[in-house]
Design a binder for this molecule. Structure first.
Ligand SMILES: Nc1ncnc2c1ncn2[C@@H]1O[C@H](COP(=O)(O)OP(=O)(O)OP(=O)(O)O)[C@@H](O)[C@H]1O
Length: 210
């Protein structure tokens, strides 16, 4: 049986007296992709923050068995004054990898996300939105995470391109035994791609009904 990278057991979370997550149960195995769905404000980003250890649950238990996590957001958040390749290589700075080696690894991963060498030396402003998201994906992957958190990373792209990017993530996840937690508002996307889906309830409407 493959190892569990991340597990939530009856995990709840409250900001002060405001409960956001109640009794969340989730397990994510190596190489598995789980979709996280729910209305705006139901606590998806909070759950990601708990997953990476930025927050702890108020009650229940979270097991973090992964080695290294990377996160990708809806906006690419690239450094505008660095080229695509430099943006990716920069992520390796914490590992103190020599610059020539970091640039080599950046090139390899940029090719793996299907960017052409012509684009490696482009600045973000010279790339399309889809290309910038590929660079952001490469930057997340270059540190070789075994847990990848995707917070609606492709929702600004058109549906075909978003789907293409997610299939690419899925392929890379399988090849590298990387677990993926994908936040999405798109049920079709979740059903088509994820191994399982966790639907979070909207506790604010529960509060309103009380
Ligand atoms: N630091 C904080 N302090 C207090 N309340 C917070 C804080 N961060 C988020 N919240 C509240 O917690 C609830 C859940 O927020 P969260 O960002 O996790 O939801 P979400 O499902 O990711 O929303 P969206 O889909 O709109 O991004 C929201 O009502 C939000 O206002």
């Amino acid at each position: 049986m493959s190892q569990t990278a991340l597990a939530f057991e009856n995990a709840s979370f409250a900001y002060g007296n405001r409960t956001v997550l109640t009794d969340v149960n989730l397990s994510l195995s190596a190489g598995e992709m789980v979709a996280l769905m729910g209305p705006s404000g139901c606590g998806k980003s909070t759950l990601l923050e708990i997953a990476v250890g930025l927050r702890d649950p108020s009650s229940g238990h979270v097991t973090r068995n992964y080695r290294r996590a990377a996160i990708m957001f809806q906006d690419a958040r690239l450094l505008p004054w660095r080229t695509a390749q430099e943006n990716v290589a920069f992520a390796l700075k914490v590992d103190h990898i020599p610059i020539s080696q970091a640039q080599q690894q950046a090139e390899e991963i940029l090719a793996a996300v299907e960017l052409s060498p012509d684009h490696f030396r482009c600045f973000p402003r010279q790339l399309s939105g889809g290309m910038r998201q590929r660079v952001a994906l490469a930057r997340a992957l270059v540190i070789k995470p075994d847990l990848l958190l995707l917070d609606e990373p492709f929702s600004a792209l058109d549906r075909d391109l978003a789907e293409q990017m997610l299939w690419l993530v899925k392929k890379l996840a399988r090849e590298q035994s990387m677990s993926v937690l994908l936040v999405t508002h798109d049920r079709q996307e979740a059903e088509g791609l994820a191994d399982k889906t966790l639907l979070l309830p909207d506790l604010s409407s529960v509060r309103c009904a009380l």
